[in-house]
Design a protein around this ligand. Structure first.
Ligand SMILES: Nc1nc2c(ncn2[C@@H]2O[C@H](COP(=O)(O)OP(=O)(O)OP(=O)(O)O)[C@@H](O)[C@H]2O)c(=O)[nH]1
Ligand SMILES: [Mg+2]
Length: 716
């Protein structure tokens, strides 16, 4: 197949609330472009995952491409269900524009705003598509104008229609292009190709007024265009097209278009719009990267213990062109039980040829990129080369993970991945048999490569296997993937609250391990200071030994002893976080000192500190958004108050109310059932981890007294 140059590429993230029709729209556009639009079993091309097909929703990003009028458009299909919305965020780095879908039937929904914010954070050009325009609700001019007003209320007056839908007794069957002032008429459920025709008389006046509004907005701030507009009364078409292109690129306008993805109406026009108006990778600002000095060193282990280095500002701006040295960024990983690891990357700069060898900077290893290709859903189409800006895949890289930057040897730069939220729910799981237990960890490690939010570890108190994820549905889908893909059966047990422990004050402690047994003795001796860090501070270790009181070689063993003990907690067996441990003094013995002896000394010193450091329990506080009929708002707010919730705000939209609150996770474990009964099934909610906070004393006592202290095994 043809390879496409930088200027012939468009990378589009398709975003929107669940069921707005993203996956169907991509399939419809592919069909219009005469590309494979469905898989062998009839599902849309980007809906290939068995789990997603079974649940009728997208749960992770998928990629497909269309060759259209000499360019290649790469689409990234993203999930619209709130629990998986972090995936949509990770589509922002490889994309040059966001197409935000709005369901004509339901209007702006909670995830619509969330994904809009993601795109806005990166100043990504945004196009609004009112999909499902075949719905009777899109039928009247009033409801259409109300929708535009609602969008302007949220995102400003720069929201501007570039089309009018043609809706009559035959339903939605055409669009008026407000730039060229032509109409395109479709046969619903046809091949997606419109026929050019005159603007229907009934819409003429409205179309003219909308055209003028568009011209006026685009000309704003551009003196030559303003002059032309006032002198001639309009702007010549080629100037107007160029001005709209620039205004979209600079986030000065957010155009609105209309489609019906199920009936394939308006999709050729949307493809044309993407081709003519969306910036190519080359036209977007250079990509910010930084040198390894600033790379955060992380020992994140799922238990909240993170070691970080202080950042320094050393940003490098890398233009997206073939002439710069090769650099790729891996934005997604898929692990196929048979084909192995498939890494999805964006070519940030340079031209990547098949069989290239690139350096994975963070991991210090080189990787050979044999068989590079592009993805059409699950199918890999091999290509000889990929130019700067293109999205590609490569199978079987050895060490590369999502978020890694690779490139030519000699340069070393890293692109910061976008943040992934912390898991919101933790469940205990139990393998059904011994064989399942053996398969569990390898299978989950493969799933964790694909899914950055998933965590797997053992409960330090009960030794249970724990799975942490975005919520019940997420964890259930993992259990199901374990069964389908890896033939590993597990039972899901009750959800757990991932409490943490921390310290409230600074304390010092002395740990001395001295043993004389037979020949060699053991001797380790250290003094440490434990200090609280702000929430989210993780774990920091400082070596403050002067004058060789402890040889350097033994200091990491002290850190290890502290960390291993901290992970087991002091009060109720939960990992201890947000503290700094400083070793400042100690002594050693020329013959009897060993790493093991210092590790034990570190552990003893840490325990000694706990006597006075005022250890305390922390609990996760969730950011909750609840969508309910407005007459249920009083009851819902009252109930949240009784759950130690803090109401942050309430918004009404028509007859719906959206309540935002912060509520401890411990109070939300069965909220789904409670909300259903309070709203007669009319309510929905979304929650994500916000921060950790101290557990109130009375409650903390209960948790501590009901916890079983882990059995401590002294190693020596
Ligand atoms: N009437 C009508 N139905 C549509 C249209 N687009 C999608 N649908 C239907 O809406 C449902 C959801 O469509 P999807 O394409 O899966 O929606 P999505 O936005 O990808 O949903 P998530 O992956 O869950 O975020 C399906 O039943 C589609 O058949 C449309 O334009 N008109
Ligand atoms: Mg979808």
């Amino acid at each position: 197949m043809k390879t496409y140059a930088n200027t012939e590429l468009r990378n589009i993230a398709i975003l929107g609330h669940s069921h707005s029709g993203k996956t169907s729209l991509i399939s419809a556009m592919l069909s219009t472009a005469k590309m494979p639009a469905v898989t062998d079993n009839g599902s849309p091309v980007t809906a290939y995952d068995e789990e997603e097909i079974a649940r009728g929703m997208t749960m992770s990003n998928a990629v497909a491409f269309a060759e259209w009028s000499g360019i290649k458009i790469n689409f990234i299909d993203t999930p619209g269900f709130h629990m998986f919305v972090h995936e949509a965020r990770s589509a922002m780095l490889p994309a040059e524009a966001a197409v935000v879908l709005i369901n004509a039937q339901t209007g702006i929904e909670s995830v619509t705003q969330t994904v809009w914010n993601f795109a806005a954070e990166l100043n990504l050009p945004r196009i609004l598509v009112i999909n499902q325009a075949d719905h009777p609700k899109a039928d009247s001019a009033t409801s259409r104008l109300e929708m535009i007003e609602a969008m302007r209320d949220r995102w400003g007056r720069h929201v501007i229609p570039v089309q009018l839908p043609i809706i009559d007794a035959n339903g939605f069957h055409g669009v008026i292009d407000l730039v060229t002032m032509e109409a395109f008429l479709y046969t619903p459920h046809g091949d997606g190709t419109g026929t050019r025709g005159p603007i229907p008389a009934a819409l003429e006046a409205e179309a003219r007024a909308a055209h003028e509004a568009l011209v006026e907005l685009v000309a704003e701030g551009k003196d030559e265009l303003m002059e032309e507009f006032f002198n001639v009364g309009t702007i010549p078409l080629d100037h107007l097209i160029q001005a709209i292109h620039e205004a979209i690129r600079e986030d000065k306008i957010f155009p609105v278009l209309y489609t019906n993805s199920l009936g394939n109406v308006g999709t050729d026009h949307l493809l044309d719009f993407i081709k003519d108006y969306i910036p190519s990778p080359h036209e977007r600002p250079p990509v910010p990267a930084h040198s390894p000095l600033r790379a955060p060193k992380s020992t994140g282990n799922g238990n909240g213990c993170i070691t970080t280095d202080a950042p320094a500002d050393d940003t490098i701006l890398r233009p997206v062109t073939d002439t710069e040295p090769a650099t790729i960024y891996v934005y997604k990983t898929l692990v196929d039980p048979f084909a192995g690891r498939i890494s999805f990357f964006k070519v940030i700069s340079g031209c990547i040829r098949n069989d290239a060898t690139l350096e994975n900077y963070a991991r210090g290893e080189s990787e050979r990129l044999s068989h590079i290709g592009i993805m059409q859903g699950r199918k890999l189409v091999e290509v000889p080369e990929l130019h700067a800006g293109d999205l590609g895949v490569v199978a079987k890289l050895r060490v590369t993970q999502t978020g890694d930057t690779l490139g030519a040897r000699g340069q070393d730069l890293r692109i910061d991945p976008l943040p992934t939220p912390e898991p919101a729910m933790t469940y205990a799981i139990e393998p059904k048999s011994r064989a399942d237990e053996d398969k569990l960890a390898p299978a989950l490690h493969k799933l964790m490569e694909e899914d950055l939010l998933l965590r797997f570890y053992r409960d330090p108190q009960t030794n249970d296997f724990l799975l942490a994820g975005a919520g019940q549905l997420h964890i259930e889908s993992i259990v199901s993937k374990l069964r389908r893909r890896y033939h590993t059966e597990v039972t899901l047990k009750s959800p757990k609250v991932p409490y943490r422990e921390t310290v409230r004050t600074t304390a010092t402690g002395h740990g001395r391990h001295k043993k004389q047994s037979g020949g060699h003795g053991q001797f380790g001796d250290c003094k440490i200071r434990i200090e609280p860090l702000p929430r989210g501070g993780g774990f920091q270790f400082v070596n403050d030994i002067f004058g060789g009181a402890i040889p350097r070689g033994f200091v990491p063993a002290i850190e290890k002893g502290i960390l291993e003990t901290a992970i087991r907690g002091h009060l109720a067996g939960y990992p201890m976080v947000d503290f700094r441990a400083t070793v400042f003094d100690g002594s050693y013995h020329d013959v009897d000192s060993s790493e093991m002896a210092f590790k034990i000394a570190g552990r003893l010193a840490f325990r000694a500190c706990m006597e006075t450091a005022k250890p305390a329990l922390l609990e996760p506080i969730m950011r909750v958004e609840i969508d309910i009929p407005d007459d249920a708002a009083g009851a819902v707010v009252g109930d949240l108050n009784s759950r130690r919730g803090r109401i942050q705000g309430m918004e009404t939209q028509g007859r719906q109310a959206i309540v935002s609150a912060q509520v401890p996770l411990a109070e939300m474990l069965t909220y789904g059932t409670i909300l259903t009964s309070m709203t007669h099934g009319q309510g929905s909610y979304h929650m994500e981890m916000d921060h950790y906070d101290f557990v109130p004393a009375a409650l903390a006592e209960k948790i501590i007294s009901s916890s079983k202290r882990p059995v401590e095994v002294e190693e020596d």
